[in-house]
Design a binder for this molecule. Structure first.
Ligand code: COD
Ligand code: ZN
Length: 375
């Protein structure tokens, strides 16, 4: 029996309060309104950003449904939706692309001005929520909310993908993989033969490593304070591993020495202001480029010596790898299907959805790269 046009009762992992574990409860998901899409989630990854939201270091209103790295199937669509239809396999997009605003129309921009990726209202663009728990509305997160059997997103925040794509793998294209890989090949535009340094070897950092390697970098230095991250980093292309704890001088000095003057490209994939400044200082003073991929805690500030930029370095940021999401995600999925890159090394754990709290513990204790939850 079709569920289109009806309220769906389903299971969701709700975060009722900041710093509290997820509660698996039954919620109600209203049908999509005009220009909205209701999606049955098949698989969702656990990303560090979700944990930043749980801990409060990234502001988001509670109670909420977190999760933003997923793949699913369209259950029904609201009036006026043209880009997807019921039955389509899709990836929800935490960086929406309306395709019509000045940013979407600009070839160099990937952050939609109409639907901000940084919107923290917790509501759909028209101002209300589609989620209800015990008669009260729940907030959404990152334009997506994927820790639920069903979610509703705006049409600008969903991309149709190859029907044959395995959801338990390509869900990573919804965030971690694309964010890291794109920051190297699209934002930094790493050139063949160059030297790169990647600060932070979590799922996103390893995806940066894959991007640097795909772009032909000849030396990739991995920097992490957890030495357990080094084996996998080497498998994926890191040539030198550096643990800042092994040195009694600043890590930027170590890297400048190792590279005889600084790396061509450095990437901060941790989300700390100190490592952002260190990564800037670790790139070559004339032509080095440093890319900020990590998000620092809300309201924090970076302090740095302006001479670092005065000499010629370039400092950039990259959200979702600089990709225009609605356009790029289907192509990235096709590239995955054509075996242009692999996602397997990033997926260390797969768990049933109900074990979401266990999945977060694996992340917090540094045991997992990516845990994928299956519905
Ligand atoms: N020096 C070196 N390494 C460090 C340090 C340090 N001072 N502190 C921590 N690390 C290492 C950790 O040991 C870990 O291996 C790695 O840094 C971080 O990895 P994870 O597994 O915690 O995180 P990821 O890879 O899943 O995500 C990292 C991000 C920086 C991308 C994430 O935290 C973040 O800020 N996301 C926001 C960026 C973004 O685009 N978000 C949109 C949705 S994700
Ligand atoms: Zn993420």
């Amino acid at each position: 029996m079709s569920t289109a046009g009806k309220v769906i009762k389903c299971k969701a992992a709700v975060c009722l309060e900041v710093k509290k574990p997820f509660s698996i409860v039954e919620i109600e998901v209203a049908p999509p309104k005009a220009h909205e899409v209701r999606i049955k989630i098949l698989a969702t990854g656990i990303c560090r950003t979700d944990d930043h939201a749980v801990s409060g270091s990234l502001y988001t209103p509670f109670p909420t449904i977190l999760g933003h790295e997923a793949a699913g199937v369209v259950e029904s669509v609201g009036e006026g939706v043209t880009s997807v239809k019921p039955g389509d396999k899709v990836i929800p997009l935490f960086v929406p692309q309306c395709g019509e605003c000045s940013s979407c129309l600009h070839p160099k921009a990937n952050l939609c001005s109409r639907h901000s990726f940084a919107d923290v209202s917790g509501m759909m663009p028209e101002g209300t929520s589609r989620f209800t728990y015990k008669g009260k509305p729940l907030h959404r997160f990152a334009s997506t909310s994927t820790f639920t059997e069903y979610t509703v997103v705006h049409e600008s925040a969903v991309a149709k993908i190859d029907a044959a794509a395995p959801p338990e793998k390509v869900c990573l294209i919804g965030c971690g993989f694309s964010t890291g890989y794109g920051s190297a090949i699209k934002t930094a535009q790493v050139e063949p033969g160059s030297t790169c340094a990647v600060f932070g070897l979590g799922g996103v950092g390893l995806s940066v490593v894959m991007g640097c390697k795909a772009a032909g970098a000849s030396r990739i230095i991995g920097v992490d304070i957890n030495k357990d991250k080094f084996a996998k980093a080497k498998e994926l292309g890191v040539t030198d591993c550096v643990n800042p704890k092994d040195f009694d001088k600043p890590i930027q000095d170590v890297l400048v020495e190792m590279t005889k003057g600084g790396a061509d490209y450095t990437f901060e994939v941790i989300g700390h202001t100190e490592t952002m400044a260190a990564a800037l200082a670790a790139c070559q003073m004339n032509y080095g480029t440093s890319v900020i991929v990590g998000v620092a805690p809300t309201s924090s500030k970076v302090s740095f010596d302006p001479m670092l930029l005065f000499t010629g370095r370039t400092w950039k940021g990259s959200v979702f790898g600089g990709w225009k999401a609605k356009e790029a995600v289907p192509k990235l999925v096709s590239d995955f299907m054509a075996k242009k890159f692999t996602l397997d090394p990033l997926i260390t754990h797969t768990l049933p959805f109900d074990k979401i709290n266990e999945g977060f513990e694996l992340l917090r204790t540094g045991k997992s790269i990516r845990t994928v939850l299956l519905f």
